[in-house]
Design a protein around this ligand. Structure first.
Ligand code: AMP
Ligand code: MG
Length: 402
């Protein structure tokens, strides 16, 4: 049986980022990866720009910091200066306005006093040439690359792209993820339960995880444990970039998923990983390259396997250069008796405090116990074996996004 790390490597080896598309820069592409280098179409600032409200002056007029100068005009942001400053002249200027020709410094308004005769009295330290002026092109030059391919489109990137005049860009699109829940016993929430039935928790949970990962969820519904019906939904799901199934991948009489996937032309890359919960997890690729994940039906198994395998796959397909999350370690808050033959992903509460990160496993009944998981904000990874894990020992932790 392969390890979690090996299984992740198999997935990432098989997958490549989706083909870029030219997309409008709307909130729909927030968090997507840029697929081109974006160059500026302008010098920024486009002119020598005042960085303070005050007076544009010639520093030569203020050798000792003091002078009374004739105010020739007022320049607000968005205006163009009408005249060059001559000797003995100043212009009232506002932050963001172009500095007039002839001026080489801006004196802050705090060091000035406007006189009634239209002059201004200045009393400051002797200004240095360039003081309070951002020269043209200091931030960026026309033609300069301001964002590289691979950059993640966060709020600052949106602002920067607008700065350089972009309304669209080449972007790796959000993967489309088809989701199928399998099981004769399942009914959707809102349905009255008949004997033997349970509600489908994995459908809504997986849709939520896909959306949280910034991808497009296409929920295809519940497949009965019936080969024909399952095959039909699998064929539909194979049209997406990713197909996620829950249930039906273990060794039960009605665990039809691996067989049906094979019939549908899915090549299996692994089935079973040394982990708890989630051991029966399946990964393959479909005829069109669709990444196919068969997650075990127990809800916590489904969530853990999504976190460990599906999320990195979605990041990789989405063009993220770092598909795997950075490793986080935390100290066990209290002694904890642990027994398992496999590495265990135990629901836990991760807390940051002045003395670092602490992690506390929550009481958990195992893979069906979604109630425990809903109280957790992380998974703590315990190694196989049986022993008392001591408070203060350090373990890997996987934070769960909220
Ligand atoms: P399976 O992987 O199909 O053998 O299912 C394992 C366990 O998870 C069984 O107890 C199922 O009833 C349960 N299960 C499977 N699918 C779901 C689901 N979508 N929602 C809640 N429980 C499920
Ligand atoms: Mg089942």
């Amino acid at each position: 049986m392969i390890s979690v790390a090996e299984a992740r490597a198999v997935i990432l080896e098989r997958l490549r980022p989706l083909s870029p598309e030219t997309l409008p820069l709307t909130p729909a592409v927030l968090g997507r990866a840029l697929a081109e280098d974006v160059a500026s179409d302008l010098d920024l600032p486009p002119f020598d720009k005042a960085m303070m409200d005050g007076y544009a002056v010639r520093s030569g007029d203020l050798r000792d910091g003091k002078a009374t100068l004739a105010v020739v005009e007022e320049i607000t942001a968005g205006r163009t200066p009408r005249q060059a400053l001559g000797q003995g002249q100043a212009a009232r200027i506002m932050t963001g306005a172009p500095v007039p020709a002839g001026a080489d410094a801006v004196v802050m308004v705090e060091y000035t006093q406007a006189l009634e005769d239209g002059r201004v009295a200045i009393e400051d330290k002797p200004p240095k040439a360039g003081q309070n002026i951002m020269p043209r092109g200091k931030e960026m030059r026309s033609g300069e690359v301001v964002l590289n391919a691979g950059a993640v489109l966060g709020p600052a990137a949106f602002g920067l792209l607008a700065t350089v005049g972009r309304t669209e860009a080449r972007i790796v699109p959000a993967p489309r993820v088809a989701i199928i829940a399998t099981g004769d016993e399942l009914v959707e929430a809102g349905t009255k339960l008949q004997s033997g039935q349970i509600r489908n928790s994995n459908g809504p949970m997986l849709v939520a995880m896909v959306c949280q990962a910034g991808c497009r969820a296409e929920y295809l519904g519940i497949a009965r444990d019936d080969a024909e019906r399952l095959r039909k939904l699998v064929d539909d799901g194979l049209q997406a970039d990713v197909l996620v199934l829950s249930g039906g991948v273990s060794a039960g009489a009605l665990d039809l998923v691996p067989g049906i996937l094979e019939q549908a032309g899915v090549e299996a890359h692994f089935h079973r990983v040394a982990m708890k919960p989630g051991k029966p997890v399946f990964f393959g690729t479909g005829p069109r390259g669709t990444a196919v994940f068969g997650l075990p039906g127990n809800p916590v198994s489904s969530l853990v396997c999504f976190e460990l395998f599906v999320r990195p796959a979605l990041r990789c397909l989405g063009g993220r250069t770092e598909a795997l999350p950075p490793a986080i370690r935390a100290k066990l808050a209290e002694d904890f008796r642990h027994r398992s033959d496999r590495p265990t992903y135990h629901p836990a509460v991760l807390e940051e405090s002045a003395d670092g990160r602490g992690v506390q496993p929550v009481a958990w009944l195992g893979s069906p116990d979604l109630k425990a998981l809903a109280r957790a904000n992380a998974l703590v990874v315990f190694p196989p074996g049986e022993r008392m894990l001591a408070a203060g020992e350090v373990f890997d932790v996987i934070p769960l996004a909220d």
